[in-house]
Design a protein. Structure first.
Length: 85
């Protein structure tokens, strides 16, 4: 929409109050029940998992990267080994 003084004031008040939600360009997260030993995180569930109460190892990768694809089976083994820790 059009930028107005009233709209800007409203935005600044909401920002100061902490009531704005982030605008993440993210896919929808998989349900916890659909995750396996190695979880696939997206922007919307990253903080919940990465900064939760369990120790986790997060790998940031590009799905098109050959080296990343080669490491996937190793991460699966590590995930299976540590899944109950």
């Amino acid at each position: 929409g059009e930028l107005t003084e009233e709209g800007l004031d409203s935005f600044l008040v909401a920002h100061a109050a902490g009531s704005l939600s982030p605008d993440l360009k993210s896919e929808e997260p998989l349900a916890d029940a659909d995750q396996e030993d190695v979880w696939v995180l997206v922007g919307k569930d990253h903080d919940k998992v990465a900064f939760g109460d369990k120790n986790v190892l997060v790998e940031y990768y590009a799905p098109w990267c050959g080296h990343c694809k080669q490491l996937a089976p190793i991460y699966e083994k590590v995930g299976a080994h540590y899944k109950d820790d």
